[in-house]
Ligand binder design. Structure first.
Ligand code: G3I
Length: 337
């Protein structure tokens, strides 16, 4: 279409300029899917917990009840009741479900850790597990942490029951089985201490690159985001997200919390908010990154104090469900960036 009059042309040019100028800012300020890990005991017993979860979050991750020890406590006996309850809650509240986790060296059933199995038998056990769990939740979860925490902090393969039996091939086996069991779920590898650029995230980058090159089904990289004010904020977070995005992967923050030495001060709460915001903004700046999940939203039920004595207050709401500064840092709408 030709625009014939000068004022109209000028108006059009101004409009285009406005759009061009506004576009990067809009991309940068896009809303992320906000998720949280869910403690199903609290979900069952605590009204305030339930109300806040229903109102504020777009996505839920089972904190424990989809793990192997919970879903197959006895060999061959599937137990999905707790996890199904969470999935139903999510469905009722228009939330999506992020599956956590199919293959992990922790929270395995004792029949598995204490048994002694030949390699072919362990392979059958692993295959059965992935088909049973991913099959049960087929169409109900949008993604799976297929393998959790496969690599050590120094970038070496973690010595696990699966690595000892199959070497690094177990990751590929698990991804291929998961794809067959639920073809529509996005498949992730998930780990901690891979927020920034370091030996461990380098190892994941090399692994992901190799898997993608060989056509192994892998859609995303789950970056847990368990941080502590005792250390420094990780360096190169946005650059790290970008390199995974360049491989065609979706980076996601999957378990964010920021521990503080107790008792907390206002300055520390402000710094904690900056750290939550730092991860959140890095995700917003890299378009394939769509989700930001916190590992519990209230200090009332956080896993932190029992594992890190003397640290705590790691989530965006305190024990009485009062929002902390961190909540404003990750809770859209936000002004400016
Ligand atoms: O179920 C038993 C219960 O029967 C018993 O009475 C109670 C007494 O301690 O323990 C209960 O088990 C606990 C389980 O959580 C369920 O509440 C375990 O002791 C406890 O160790 C376990 O902790 C979980 C931890 O993973 C295990 O490594 C945390 O809740 C959970 O938040 C944490 O989550 C992990 C992610 O899956 C992976 N990334 C790191 C993250 C934090 O560690």
């Amino acid at each position: 279409m030709l625009v014939r009059t000068a004022p109209l042309r000028a108006l059009l040019a101004a409009l285009i300029a406005l759009l061009v100028l506004a576009a990067p800012a809009a991309a940068h300020e896009r809303k992320l899917l906000l998720g949280t890990a869910v403690d199903v005991e609290a979900l069952a017993n605590d009204d305030r917990y339930r109300a806040l979860l229903a109102r504020e979050f777009d996505s839920v991750t089972a904190e424990n009840v989809m793990k192997w020890y919970a879903v197959e406590p006895q060999r061959g006996v599937d137990e999905f009741e707790d996890a199904d309850r969470l999935v139903r809650f999510a469905r009722r509240h228009g939330q999506s479900v992020y599956g956590h986790t199919l293959v992990w060296h922790n929270q395995l059933p004792s029949w598995l850790t204490e048994g002694s199995f030949s390699k072919p038998e362990l392979k059958r056990i692993l295959r059965r597990h992935i088909f049973a769990v991913a099959g049960h939740f087929r169409g109900k979860v949008r993604a799976w942490d297929v393998v959790n925490e496969a690599i050590d902090d120094d970038g070496q393969w973690r010595d696990t029951i699966f690595y000892r039996a199959f070497g690094k091939r177990y990751v590929e086996m698990a991804l291929r089985w998961a794809r067959k069991a639920d073809p529509h779920a996005k498949l992730f590898l998930n780990d901690y201490n891979i927020e920034g650029l370091n030996a461990k995230s380098d190892a994941y980058f090399a692994l992901a690159k190799d898997l993608r090159r060989r056509g192994v089904p892998l859609d995303g990289i789950g970056i847990q985001g368990h941080l502590s004010l005792v250390y420094d904020f990780p360096g190169g977070v946005e650059e790290n997200l970008r390199r995974f995005a360049r491989l065609g992967l979706e980076p996601a923050f999957t378990e964010v919390d920021v521990r503080i030495p107790l008792p907390v001060s206002d300055d520390e709460l402000a710094e904690q908010a900056d750290w939550f915001g730092g991860l959140y903004d890095a995700c917003r700046a890299v378009p394939p990154c769509k989700t930001f999940t916190v590992w519990g939203f209230t200090d009332r039920y956080s896993w932190v104090p029992s594992v890190f004595p003397g640290e705590g207050a790691a989530t965006p709401f305190d024990e009485e469900y009062r929002p902390k500064p961190a909540w404003s840092a990750i809770h859209p709408p936000r002004s400016g960036t």
